[in-house]
Ligand binder design. Sequence first.
Ligand code: FAD
Length: 377
Amino acid sequence: MKIAVIGSGITGASAAYHLTREGAEVVIIDKAHQGQATAAGAGIICPWISRADHKDWYTIAKRGALYYPSLIANLKQDGEEDFGYGMVGALAVSSSSDELDAIEQSVRQKKAETPEVGEITRLTAEEARELYPPLREDLQAIHVTGAARLDGRLLRDAMLNGAKKHGAAIIEGEGDLVFQNNKVTGVIVNGEVIAADAVIVTAGAWAKDLLNPLGIDLKVEPQRGQIAHLEIGSMDTSSWPVVLPQSSHYLVAFDHSKVVVGATRETGSGFDYRLTAAGVKEVLDEALTVAPGLAESTLKEVRIGFRPAGPDILPLLGTVPAAEGLVIATGLGASGLTMGPYVGTLAADLALKREMEIDLSPYDPLRKGLEAGVKRN
Ligand code: FAD
């Protein structure tokens, strides 16, 4: 079976990797658009502490987090080593005991059915600063050990390398769908037609334009995120936990004294690939309010990414009756690094016409109720 994958962010890279491991012939097409969400993502994998409160979101985010250890093991088996992945834990921080009480209760409920949440510990402000020295002095915390972080670029590349080792071809160029008699039969790229038994569209925020010529109005739009990379002297940050304040912002530490802080969520931004004064100010203000100890760190880089934002918080994942051979997998919004690898496997299974391990109806890309336009995700 030959399958084409359009878009090689984390979702497409995973779909391709999974397909090649299943023995399919795979062609991956990517235009290398500026602002690929995967290349900008912070890398937090922690559905256990989240402001998102939706049963169907949690189902897929939880499975996404639980899929990581086996994905990493498979990639290692295929000779890939470097993902920036670490089970470093997370600190939910607040100066309000009441806020932390509510978070603790919710995390303990999740742990009751999912032991992978790990140890849950209430920390005083002083104890929190032992784990994360730059934190503000009045911030107490809940520490959860089962949270991870990763480098989206490295993981994407590892999956693409893995797919190549299993025979996948990668073509750089803009893909267009070949659509005849209500059937998607392949992709046109760089003037060449590539015939395929199925085509998976993992084109992120760009999927709308790709599907328009088929008469499919996919409700996905770019939501710009600006995110800063800091270098904090010569401190060993490799085991610092992810810090989750009570806002949409966060701090994620990596090896080599790197701390990533962000991010803006700019709904309605379009594909406007620019750093803005207000965006950079917001990101740095929020970070320094939570962790004033980062004030003297070096601002190395600010990245821009376009999250594929749907009208609600759920992915847009499934087949379309009017276009046989087409699989859509996008709309992962702010949690695509958590869900993307797992969603990629589901998209691959759809293309292979396998039985699905979860009910995908809540994620139907053309589900009812999506007419209302794109909301904040
Ligand atoms: P993308 O990564 O955007 O990839 C889409 C690809 O499709 C692109 O490479 C593009 O070039 C290609 N493409 C599009 N159209 C075509 C075409 N016609 N032909 C060929 N190629 C095409 N998620 C988390 O879980 N945790 C986080 O901590 C986190 N932090 C984030 C921080 C920021 C600043 C941002 C922007 C996002 C963050 N996310 C996070 C969300 C996550 O990064 C995204 O949801 C996820 O990366 C989306 O992956 P994707 O593969 O669907 O799309």
